[in-house]
Design a protein around this ligand. Structure first.
Ligand code: HEM
Ligand SMILES: *[C@@H]1O[C@H](CO)[C@@H](O)[C@H](O)[C@H]1NC(C)=O
Ligand SMILES: *[C@@H]1O[C@H](CO)[C@@H](O)[C@H](O)[C@H]1NC(C)=O
Ligand SMILES: *[C@@H]1O[C@H](CO)[C@@H](O)[C@H](O)[C@H]1NC(C)=O
Length: 317
């Protein structure tokens, strides 16, 4: 019965299956090729976060800034070369992204443990999860098998990462461009329950906006004058800056969002109800956040034979 046509059909079906399989990540990707990969990353993250709690926030943000720019391919880690300008000097990243040294330390350990096996993109995904856990947040199973890009895009970093000046509808559009709905925007923004921001990113809010608690604004103005002090830091969550909890959402309801974009999530618009729900049900925030992180980690990974496993996360092999 196997006519040439049937054979062709089954062959294309087989190739399709292989194609789908190779494009899929798996939680057990390194279980035989590098069984200690995950415990190695976790130890390094735990040690970095115990030296400096903020490092957990910085590592979480690195994964976000990787994934939203041409997918989770570690493009964010590449230094500029003669062939391309990397993403490190993009507006949202310059003088702001940190954690590169921790990633390099992890990569060095993994290269001596299992040379050429664990991608920089997977290190970012695992380190983001381990960072959240180290700061008492929810855990999730990280899908693995991403490979690393051989290029980076300064212009994509400038256009695809949301700015803190955006209003609610622009934030919704920015996330929708990456396949996320408004609920996922709110859940992922809950990342701002940890970490710090520079005065330059929220100054206008302190001096020009009405939907800010006045004593909160006054206390921030001391460290963020109307001119100067651009790089002075303030916590994104004024209540518990080093704990991954739902206090960020309580802050929004008290008009104590630090960034303009934060307060947009609770400003009389369509996402107010979601903020209230995360206050009354912290477990739903944990669940939604974990699910949205897995989804973010699935953004356009390089798999199979695409890309490479970089030896040094800063450079193409
Ligand atoms: C909703 C749109 C978002 C905007 C407009 C935004 C903007 C910003 C800005 C301006 C800062 C401060 C940077 C600086 O001053 O150097 C920041 C910090 C941070 N962002 Fe976001 N962000 C957004 C979403 C996210 C998401 C989705 C995540 C993670 C999944 C995230 C994680 C973080 C973390 C953890 C920090 C603190 C980093 C540190 O202390 O080193 N952000 N964000
Ligand atoms: C630039 O690209 C060329 C051609 O692909 C390659 O041979 C060269 O090694 C690259 N240079 C750098 C610094 O990556
Ligand atoms: C939100 O920002 C966009 C882009 O700047 C603007 O076109 C739009 O009118 C703003 N929407 C509201 C409701 O302010
Ligand atoms: C602003 O914050 C202060 C200090 O936390 C608080 O006592 C006050 O009630 C808040 N004001 C409003 C209008 O929410």
């Amino acid at each position: 019965m196997d006519s040439p046509t049937n054979f062709k059909v089954s062959l294309s079906f087989l190739l399709l299956l292989v194609g789908i399989a190779s494009a899929q990540l798996s939680s057990t990707f390194y279980s035989s090729s590098c069984p200690n990969a995950l415990s190695t990353i976790k130890s390094a993250v735990d040690s970095a976060v115990s030296s400096e709690a903020r490092m957990g926030a910085s590592l979480l943000r690195l994964h976000f800034h990787d994934c939203f720019v041409n997918g989770c391919d570690a493009s964010v880690l590449l230094d500029d070369t003669a062939n391309f300008t990397g993403e490190k000097t993009a507006g949202p990243n310059a003088n702001s992204l940190r954690g590169f040294d921790v990633v390099d330390t992890i990569k060095t350990q993994l290269e001596s443990l299992c040379p050429g096996v664990v991608s920089c993109a997977d290190i970012l995904a695992v380190a983001a999860r381990d960072s959240v856990v180290a700061l008492n947040g929810p855990s999730w199973t990280v899908q693995l098998g991403r490979r690393d890009s051989t290029d980076a895009s300064l212009s994509a970093a400038n256009t695809n990462l949301p700015a803190p000046t955006l209003n609610l509808s622009a934030l919704i559009t920015s996330f929708s461009n990456k396949g996320f709905n408004a609920n996922e925007l709110v859940a992922l923004s809950g990342s701002h329950t940890i970490g710090q921001a520079r005065c330059t990113t929220f100054r206008a809010r302190l001096y020009n906006e009405a939907n800010i608690n006045s004593s909160f604004a006054t206390s921030l103005q001391a460290n963020c004058p109307s001119s100067g002090g651009d790089d002075t830091l303030s916590p994104l969550d004024v209540t518990t800056p080093n704990t991954f909890d739902n206090a960020y959402f309580n802050n929004l309801v008290s008009q104590k969002g630090l960034l303009h974009s934060d307060q947009q999530l609770f400003n009389g618009g369509s996402t107010d109800s979601q903020v209230n729900a995360y206050i009354s049900n912290p477990g739903s925030f944990s669940t939604d956040f974990a699910n949205a992180m897995v989804k973010m980690g699935n953004l356009s990974p390089l798999t199979g034979t695409d890309g490479q496993i970089r030896t040094d996360c800063k450079k193409v092999n």
